[in-house]
Design a protein around this ligand. Structure first.
Ligand code: HEM
Length: 386
């Protein structure tokens, strides 16, 4: 796939899906929300906006001007300062999870089940202000949502995009969880606390604020887009370091190298390998005609290895002086959770290397990968520590 881009940065397959492989072409699409819409499943989005109140809280699936205003309000609540304040808890939770893994079995653990799957969901739950006692319940709902995400990806590969995207969008909404989040949003309206749900229900920009429906929508979206991706990034970092032992040693000796390793992993093994847009007009991309109504897949994994942009693109090099990877997207939809994902990656990788001086993959028990073309990550990652 990643060798396609130089000769054919844009291709249309027999189902009419437009595949974008090149970095410049991906940036062009990301930079043109007027012609390339994020609203690929409109009937599920209820883009209704009463005077001064937003009823749909999905950033990812909305376009300007709705998206512009919504992102402004949400950014007022979901701030980098709020994320930075989570660091001590992320350290504690990581140690807690690894402590439980060590107690279960000596000599190794399975990184996805024991660390990278639970960590992001616990962090998002704490960020929102979900009580500790409800963690198990919350995790059960998230499991159901992620299973639905798998349905979407499998169906996308057949090219029958619109119906399948609709089905997946519906499945990604677990009714019990939405009802639960509603209760909590209503509670925070009455009694604000120091948590993201309280900030969201009270955030206001130019007299506009979010309805409870919008707050719940957005909280749900955080889990859809912020969980599996972070799980994948943490596992991918480990894979990259395991394949490059000298980089693992350099990082162990100098934890300040973690941000460089994180960015290079996002480029080299991009968790979100594919992102989607709908053409709203007839356009042209790298000389290829794109018609209104066609769905585009932006293959970020391929764009991140475009040799027109990255020197030696197939080499894992955390010391790249410039690394304009598209792992978090680009433009108006640039990942809002990037500071949180970067923080979790830095904390988790440094703790892992510090706790386990001989951490490595198990040749007799190789990793298994997600069967999803647009998400690069492991579903099982057994590691040896002894
Ligand atoms: C958007 C990647 C973690 C929240 C995006 C986009 C990408 C991305 C590529 C743009 C999609 C598009 O334009 O179609 C990632 C990766 C992550 C990660 C690789 C982990 C390594 C997170 C986390 C959160 C989050 C932890 C929040 C808890 C969001 C939101 C958007 C978004 C809300 C939509 C922003 C908008 O439409 O304005 N992410 N993400 N992400 N991400 Fe992330």
């Amino acid at each position: 796939m990643w060798d396609e881009q130089a000769e054919h940065p844009v291709k249309i397959d027999e189902n009419g899906m437009v595949h974008v492989y090149g970095h410049a072409e991906t940036v062009e699409v990301y930079g043109d929300p007027r012609n390339y819409s994020n609203n690929i499943a409109p009937q599920f989005l209820g883009d209704t906006e009463d005077a001064g109140e937003f009823n749909s809280g999905s950033l990812l699936q909305s376009d300007p001007p709705h998206h512009t205003k919504l992102r402004k309000i949400i950014s007022r609540a979901f701030t980098p300062r709020m994320v930075a304040g989570l660091e001590p808890r992320i350290v504690e939770i990581t140690h807690e999870l690894l402590g439980a893994a060590d107690a279960k079995e000596a000599g190794g653990f399975e990184m996805v089940d024991d660390l990278t799957y639970p960590l992001p969901v616990i962090v998002i739950a704490e960020l929102l202000g979900i009580p500790h006692s409800d963690r198990g319940l919350f995790k059960k709902w998230v499991d159901q949502m992620l299973a639905a995400a798998g349905v979407m990806a499998a169906d996308d590969s057949t090219g029958e995009q619109s119906e399948d995207a609709d089905t997946a969008a519906a499945l990604r909404r677990v009714p019990e969880m939405l009802a639960y989040l509603h209760e909590h949003a209503a509670d925070r309206r009455r009694k604000p606390r120091a948590d993201l749900l309280s900030e969201l229900v009270h955030a206001e920009v130019d007299g506009a604020r979010l309805s409870d429906d919008a707050v719940v929508d957005f909280a749900n979206e955080l889990l859809v887009v912020g969980h599996g991706t972070t799980t994948a990034l943490l596992g991918n970092m480990l894979l990259c370091l395991d394949a490059h032992p000298q980089e693992m040693e350099r990082l162990r000796k100098d934890p300040a190298r973690a941000p460089g390793v994180t960015e290079e992993t996002l480029r080299f093994l991009s968790p979100i390998a594919g992102s989607y847009r709908l053409a709203t007009a007839d356009t042209e991309l790298a000389g290829v005609r794109v018609s209104q109504g066609q769905l585009l897949t932006l293959w970020l994994g391929a764009a991140n290895r475009d040799e027109r942009v990255f020197e030696q693109p197939h080499v894992f090099d955390p010391d790249r002086t410039t690394n304009p990877h598209l792992g978090f997207g680009r433009g108006i939809h640039f990942c809002l959770g990037a500071p949180l994902a970067r923080l979790e990656a830095r904390v988790a990788v440094n703790i892992l290397l510090d706790r386990y001086p001989t951490l490595r993959t198990d040749p007799d028990n190789p990793p298994e990968f997600l069967p999803i073309p647009d998400l690069i990550g492991t579903s099982k990652l057994p590691l040896l520590t002894g």
